[in-house]
Design a protein around this ligand. Structure first.
Ligand SMILES: CC(C)(COP(=O)(O)OP(=O)(O)OC[C@H]1O[C@@H](n2cnc3c(N)ncnc32)[C@H](O)[C@@H]1OP(=O)(O)O)[C@@H](O)C(=O)NCCC(=O)NCCS
Length: 395
């Protein structure tokens, strides 16, 4: 198809969404992504608008598509507007003709012109697609993950007496107090990092992101620790497990988020020895993790009628290096477990509007640009590394 003759447009009305979902279901069939994944992306995203769906059409049929996600992320302590790109796909019989490339560059140039977003982000787990996006100006910002093989001993975990200073709740996503408590802990922990999505639950619209986008993710489970007078949120932890119980192989637990009150941790690096207040953050984090591990292994333990379960706890390395988290794992007896390190090169970024960044962030990009020829580390890595990005925000 002559690219100049391509009919590229966005969906203006919701009526065309069903047909678009049919298209995605067929295009991702070989990859095994089910339709409900795309449906949830529409239904659970409070920012969703049909105009974010872009298509290449011929004779009224969709040949290729992508959709945008509207987010803000923290960079250098500032909030920066970001668009995510997802559901990139071309009808199998129309592949290899440049349709996805043309659509992507068309959409990026539209966004560049209207200056709505500073940064673009996408994620691709496959190397050839990372190369495909790399050839189109997207730069990978590697994220290191740690996989901790551990034995969860339910009897040992259940024996520990919870601290009288706090109460732990399983997260109830309908309870706005729970959501607001998590939101303030998240902001306190994440706003100084580069990359986390801004999730301030200050309006009902923003609360919906927590309740729907995060809370309705398949397999997500969380615990929240409050002070015993219920006045203060101390810590929360969110994990994601595989849905089907796997009794004969280690269950994989994605530890997506662990946030705690900074006032209870003496510094960015965690508690200072002897500081009684900082100890409370560690106790609260420990309690949340203990409940999470018990909760997500209980099905396996019942099925096998055993009290120990082998698990692989997968988490971003930055989380593992956090002193509160390390101390919490140590209290749970999980530190001697084996750990493997894994790089994810799939997070890719593009910079649209450098002027929207803070002064220091602009300087980093500019100096990286000057060094780029000789440097191994491209500008987006200089800007965002170490990248912190929760799996639960992934689009
Ligand atoms: C990925 C996909 C969207 C590409 O669509 P397309 O319209 O064929 O894309 P284009 O014709 O513009 O470009 C094809 C590019 O993909 C590369 N490519 C596609 N399949 C490849 C493969 N198996 N191995 C290596 N490269 C491959 C081609 O080399 C080409 O890149 P280049 O032009 O830089 O050399 C399409 O293959 C698809 O729908 N796949 C299934 C859904 C999917 O995986 N989406 C990606 C989610 S991140």
């Amino acid at each position: 198809m002559d690219p100049n003759m391509m009919n590229i447009h966005n969906l203006e009305s919701p009526e065309k969404l069903e047909g678009w979902l049919d298209f995605l279901e067929a295009a991702f069939k070989e990859k095994g992504t089910p339709r409900h994944y795309f449906e949830a992306h529409v239904k659970n995203d409070p920012e969703f608008d049909p105009s974010q769906v872009w298509v290449v059409e011929k004779d009224g049929s969709i040949l290729s598509t992508l959709r945008l996600f509207s987010r803000r992320i923290y960079v250098d302590g500032d909030e920066v507007t970001m668009f995510g790109v997802g559901e990139v796909s071309t009808r199998p019989d129309a592949r290899g003709q440049g349709l996805a490339s043309k659509l992507l560059s068309h959409v990026v140039s539209v966004l560049q012109d209207n200056k709505q977003y500073a940064i673009g982000c996408l994620h691709s787990s496959r190397k050839h697609l990372q190369e495909f996006y790399g050839r189109r100006g997207w730069q990978s910002v590697p994220v290191e993950y740690a996989d901790l093989s551990a034995t969860v001993d339910s009897r040992q975990l259940a024996q520990t007496q919870p601290s009288p200073l706090l109460v732990v709740h399983e997260v109830d996503w309908k309870n706005l107090d729970h959501v607001r408590a998590m939101s303030s802990l998240y902001e306190c922990r994440m706003s100084c990092c580069n990359g986390p999505v801004v999730r301030r639950a200050s309006t009902l619209h923003d609360l919906a992101y927590w309740q729907n986008w995060i809370g309705l993710t398949d397999g997500v489970c969380g615990f929240l620790a409050m002070s015993s007078d219920r006045q203060q949120a101390l810590a929360y932890c969110l994990i994601k497990t595989t849905t089907a119980p796997v009794c004969d192989s280690p269950r994989r637990i994605d530890l997506a988020e662990l946030c705690y009150a900074r006032s209870h941790a003496a510094s960015r690096d965690g508690p200072v020895p002897g500081d009684a207040a900082s100890g409370l953050a560690t106790v609260a984090a420990t309690e949340c993790l203990r409940n999470c591990f018990l909760s997500c292994t209980s099905t396996d333990l019942q099925a096998t009628q055993q009290h120990t379960a082998e698990v692989v706890i997968s988490m971003p390395k930055t989380l593992f290096d956090d002193a509160v988290f390390s101390a919490a794992l140590s209290s749970l007896g999980l530190v001697r477990a084996e750990m493997a390190s894994r790089m994810d090169n799939g997070f890719m970024f593009i910079l649209l509007d450098q002027s929207a960044l803070s002064g220091s962030a602009q300087q980093r990009v500019t100096s990286a640009g000057r060094e780029e020829e000789s440097s191994q580390s491209p500008a987006m890595s200089k800007l965002l590394a170490p990248l912190v990005f929760s799996r639960l925000d992934l689009f």
